[in-house]
Write a protein that binds this ligand. Structure first.
Ligand SMILES: [Zn+2]
Length: 327
């Protein structure tokens, strides 16, 4: 998640760099036009489904394990270690693991990147398909530090990186224990957070995933991104670039699992994140993000700023949406 490099043609995706600075939202595209279709019906219109509980302790252990590898930007030792860990861990629960390796080059630098994709097939087929995504790389520079020497150092990314992945790993474990009615494609994106460095764009992994998907003629029905969702003071506002009816569906589900971190406010401007390539491909997509995080792109984005209870709120909402609301 990041500052805009350019205006997007879909709408103007702009970021709020701090809660003090309100940027103008241009044509935010908060669409309501899907409200009447099957996916936009009021939450919980399906018979109640029971499913295993989200284990917040195990989820937090997944966060700590990633942080234990150190900074995980492309080319770092931590990146290699995290990749091995994620392939092994997601591979344990997915029916199919797809490792999407690719390179991106800019200004004489080549990044070796890997999207790690776990498919959890539906209970019955044919089934609709939802992509649940989070980025697993961390930013190579602490761009928000005030001291230049600190700014050049890489972040640990406990919240900005590890939190979303930790939740998705635990979600995968639950889904594997009891398969849902929809197919779930868990995508751990690489290369989200190299943007603006050495001429690289943001969302390299998400863009690659979407273009490969389009090449193969595959189109998921929905996409939900989670990013920076481990903050112990968690408050998730609606992101105005996201697909409105899918936002409404998620916010209707949240109180049903006591997820009060999902507050009924909206960010003043759209946020550029890994959901944008999906939106541009015509896929309803939502970014779940708590952008009011004082340690964003700073060296002290560490595990002590995150909490198991926050991971659980988001995990509970995702499970509720997958098992109960999407159809
Ligand atoms: Zn970031």
């Amino acid at each position: 998640m990041f500052f805009p490099r350019k205006r997007h043609s879909l709408s103007s995706f702009i970021l709020r760099p701090s809660s003090l600075l309100l940027l103008l939202c241009l044509a935010c595209g908060n669409r309501k036009d899907g409200a009447a279709d099957a996916s936009g019906e009021e939450a919980s219109s399906k018979p109640a489904v029971t499913y295993p509980a989200f284990d917040q302790t195990r989820a937090f252990a997944h966060l700590e394990q990633q942080v234990g590898f150190g900074p995980r930007f492309p080319g770092s030792p931590g990146h290699e270690q995290a990749k091995a860990f994620l392939k092994q861990t997601l591979g344990r629960w997915a029916n199919r693991l797809i490792v999407q390796e690719f390179t991106e080059a800019s200004e004489g630098v080549t990044l070796h990147l890997t999207n790690i994709v776990g498919v959890i097939t539906a209970r019955t087929s044919p089934a609709k398909r939802v992509v649940l995504g989070a980025h697993w790389d961390t930013r190579p520079e602490a761009s928000q530090e005030s001291v230049p020497s600190s700014r050049a150092r890489p972040i640990i990314g406990a919240n900005d990186g590890a939190s979303g992945v930790a939740i998705l790993l635990e979600v995968a474990a639950v889904l594997a224990a009891q398969r849902p009615d929809v197919e779930v494609v868990i995508v751990l994106f690489d290369g989200e957070d190299y943007g603006g460095i050495k001429g690289f764009e943001y969302s390299l992994g998400a863009s690659r995933f979407v273009s490969e998907m389009e090449l193969r003629g595959v189109k998921p029905d929905w996409m939900i991104l989670i990013d920076m969702v481990g903050d112990s003071d968690l408050r998730i506002l609606k992101e105005p670039g996201s697909t409105g009816w899918l936002v409404d569906l998620i916010w209707a589900a949240a109180p049903r699992v006591q997820a009060d971190a999902f507050v009924p406010d909206t960010y003043p401007s759209a946020i550029i994140d890994d959901h944008v390539p999906f939106l541009r491909a015509g896929i309803p997509a939502v970014d779940l993000i708590d952008f009011d995080y004082p340690f964003w792109h700073r060296l002290d984005d560490t595990a002590d700023k995150c909490s198991p209870a926050s991971l659980k709120q988001v995990g509970d909402v995702l499970l509720r949406v997958v098992y109960q609301e999407l159809k």
